[in-house]
Design a protein around this ligand. Structure first.
Ligand code: ADP
Ligand code: MG
Length: 476
């Protein structure tokens, strides 16, 4: 017969599943094991302290509601945390933490995981006579956590990176694989982890290396017949950060040697941080055994930053460089360049260069001209966000209203106009446009376009609005 706690947790999962994305469900709920149910207290086991903290921070409301629904108002949840020194095969050690008082947990006597590492067996593989030399970490100090603006796009990866940095080799995130498209901050985050570890644990040997460099070093070592030195060198690193592992694709020998280094480091509790341009399931040209190891820890993705994060990133850069840039210019850049952070920075730098060469102040006008040149080749289109902003500025409405469902007359009209421009100036589908404008459906967008066309034919003043807005939105 199925145990009661299993059943209860299964019902909870059903509810949770409907309330979180499937990626989040996979990452944060599938690894949870129910372990006990006694008088309305359900105990669940989570893989690590960080895991527990993440749940408490991000899903506490959902969990509370779910538990109440399943166990009644008296229902409670307790966590049991597997201690994070997975390498000796002894039983998982668990502590119980009541879910109710987060404050209490801040008190270290309750929340600090007990360090069971004390009697870990010394690594038998240590090569006698091979001393740790001073390894130059190859870290770029500008790529710190401090300089890495947090947003929805990177919250998971950033937090996981931070957890790893504070406990290298001691979390469930080993390896930590950071993946995402070009220019989204993989390299930055990888360095940030290394820098933080160096600050916290100066004695740890941290090494950042690109996959290209690793491959080249390996090829050289084969040529010079000192492969063993190469391997030994990498095996004594405490925190190995390898950037862009997709570059290993199809390179069997390199994968082979990396596989052995990986195993050695992992077995001895050392931390691996990897980055890739794709999630592990999509990486091609890899040996299965290596791929499966990539999946051992946590794969965390970086997404393209949303508008607010883009603005925050630009503001941070501008502030750090002591530049005086009008707010409207920053917003314009953030609205126009949506692809990735590298392009955003590139545009900012070009703009600064332009202005210093021409000895012109940076105005919105200059920004428009420059952006036009800068992104010409990428067949840029005006974004729906930008259209909405211009329309809202023009009618002096807060943009949130336009994106809301309100049916106030003046908002409805502005929204229709935004839809009309979005339809004529972007390649977005009617459904997408509707989604951006108060969650309307495609028929509503179509209706809006017709209404605007009709009004333009019949209402001179209205036509005037549209013409003026057209000029403001078009970037010539
Ligand atoms: P990737 O390795 O993913 O191609 P990078 O780490 O090289 O991307 O990032 C590109 C540029 O964007 C770097 O200059 C980096 O500092 C910057 N960057 C990326 N994400 C952020 C962020 N969240 N906050 C601040 N700067 C960022
Ligand atoms: Mg990179």
């Amino acid at each position: 017969m199925e145990k009661a706690y299993v059943k209860v947790w299964e019902s909870c999962l059903e509810i949770i599943k409907d309330n979180v994305s499937s990626q989040s469900f996979k990452t944060w709920f599938e690894p949870i094991k129910p372990v006990k149910l006694s008088s309305n207290v359900l105990t669940i086991q989570v893989p690590s302290q960080f895991f527990y903290e993440w749940l408490e921070e991000h899903y506490i409301t959902l969990l509370k509601k779910t538990i109440k629904k399943e166990l009644g108002t008296e229902g409670r949840l307790e966590y049991s945390i597997i201690m994070e020194n997975s390498h000796n095969a002894s039983k998982p050690y668990t502590v119980k933490i009541p879910t109710t008082s987060k404050k209490e947990l801040k008190n270290p006597s309750v929340s600090m995981p007990i360090d069971l590492n004390q009697n870990t067996i010394r690594n038998p593989f240590i090569i006698p006579g091979l001393k740790k030399v001073n390894v130059e970490s190859q870290l770029n100090q500008n790529y710190s956590f401090e300089n890495l603006v947090e947003g929805d796009c990177n919250r998971l990866a950033r937090s996981a990176g931070f957890a790893v940095a504070n406990k290298p080799g001691g979390t469930a995130f080993n390896p930590l694989l950071i993946y995402g498209g070009v220019g989204l901050g993989k390299t930055h985050l990888a360095h940030a982890i290394g820098i933080q570890i160096k600050n916290e644990f100066p004695n740890k040997t941290v090494l950042y290396v690109s996959s290209e460099k690793f491959t080249q070093q390996y090829i050289d070592s084969v040529r010079n017949n000192n492969q063993n030195d190469f391997i030994h060198f990498y095996q004594m690193i405490d925190v190995l950060i390898i950037d862009d592992v997709q570059y290993f694709a199809g390179k069997e020998k390199t994968q082979d040697v990396f596989f052995h280094i990986f195993n050695h480091l992992h077995q001895t509790g050392k931390q691996l941080v990897l980055t890739a341009d794709k999630p592990p399931v999509e990486l091609q040209g890899f040996e299965q055994r290596l791929l499966s190891r990539f999946k051992w820890g946590l794969a965390a993705d970086l997404q393209t930053p949303g508008l607010e994060t883009r603005i925050a990133i630009l503001e941070k850069k501008v502030y750090a460089d002591g530049i005086d840039l009008p707010k409207e210019v920053i917003e314009y850049l953030a609205y126009s360049i949506t692809t990735n952070v590298r392009e955003l920075e590139g545009a900012l730098i070009s703009l600064l260069a332009q202005s210093s060469m021409n000895k012109k102040a940076i105005t919105l006008e200059l920004a428009k001209q420059m952006i036009d040149k800068f992104v010409k080749n990428t067949a840029r289109e005006v974004s729906i966000d930008y259209i909405q902003k211009v329309v809202c500025d023009y009618f002096d409405l807060p943009i949130e209203l336009l994106k809301s469902k309100t049916r106030k007359r003046e908002v409805v009209q502005a929204r229709q106009i935004a839809m009309y421009f979005a339809k004529s100036m972007t390649k977005s589908s009617l459904a997408t446009i509707g989604l951006h404008c108060g969650g309307k459906d495609h028929a509503t967008v179509l209706h809006a376009c017709r209404t605007v066309n009709n009004l333009m034919d019949t209402d001179k003043r209205f036509k005037n609005y549209i013409d003026e807005l057209n000029k403001k939105i078009s970037i010539q």
